[in-house]
Design a protein around this ligand. Structure first.
Ligand code: BGC
Length: 251
């Protein structure tokens, strides 16, 4: 069977599961820990090691890890919602060495987008597709005719002089106690700016809150076609596992 471990590291939680990479579905339970407060590389790597040990002791199972930062050639180049110690770190090597396994490391939104393009709401979609994850930050993944353009980072679009993920992410809604209607006003502003700049053919909304899409997607006033992700909160895990299997153990 085609299987791989997927790990999704976020600003608030670290989640992992074994994934059937043919079907894009979880094999068994998902394991979750809170992200340690300081979220330093040592602390995060230790939690990931615990998850991997609980999931599968077979050292040949490939591991895909997704992380909330720009990731180029295995190096984490930013750190918006995690410790600044990640900036410039050869993180993929660090994970591979500590876990003693083959590992690939990618941006979290890119992994979630790959899952949706491969198995979910973005299947067979031509043109420009944008995955937007609404969580601790705003993550984006850009696809042209199904091909990923990595590290797009459109959550940090500056609108009205502010980095817009600080006012329109799901954590901003929670922090400021916004109603869905008030949050949708901010998302309207965000998506209209995205539309002006990119004219996407489709936007797929992910992140845990996408489970409640009926509460806020209809309130966003934009001409962009917006749909909820199909794999909801597991898209990062599934996409990371798929990429690990594809790159580390190609059929
Ligand atoms: C980070 C992105 C990440 C997004 C979602 C942003 O703050 O810059 O790399 O994809 O949060 O976690």
């Amino acid at each position: 069977m085609s299987k791989a471990i997927g790990i999704d590291i976020g600003g608030t939680g670290i989640k992992g599961a074994l994934v059937n990479t043919k079907k894009g579905s979880l094999l068994g339970e998902r394991i979750r820990f809170d992200t340690p407060d300081e979220s330093t590389p040592e602390q995060v790597v230790a939690k990931v090691a615990e998850i991997v040990e609980q999931l599968d002791s077979d050292r040949k199972t490939p591991i895909g890890i997704c992380f909330p930062a720009i990731v180029k050639d295995g190096v984490t180049l930013s750190a918006a919602n995690v410790s600044s110690k990640w900036v410039g770190l050869k993180a993929e090597k660090l994970f591979a060495k500590t876990l003693d396994r083959k590992v690939i490391l990618v941006n979290d939104a890119d992994a979630a987008g790959v899952a949706e393009i491969k198995y979910g709401a973005g299947q067979e979609r031509k043109g420009l597709v944008l995955m937007v994850t609404l969580g601790t930050g705003i993550g984006t993944a850009l696809f042209m005719n199904g091909k990923l353009i990595p590290n797009s980072e459109l959550g940090h679009l500056e609108i009205d002089g502010v980095d817009y993920e600080t006012v329109a992410s799901f954590s901003a809604k929670e922090r400021e106690n916004l109603s869905f209607a008030d949050w949708a006003k901010r998302l309207t502003k965000y998506f209209n700016q995205v539309d002006r700049l990119l004219s996407p053919d489709l936007v797929i909304i992910g992140g845990g809150i996408s489970k409640q899409h009926e509460e806020f997607l209809p309130l966003i006033e934009t001409k962009i076609k917006i749909v909820p992700a199909e794999s909801r909160n597991n898209a990062g895990i599934i996409g990371a596992a798929f990429l690990a299997r594809k790159r580390l153990q190609p059929d």
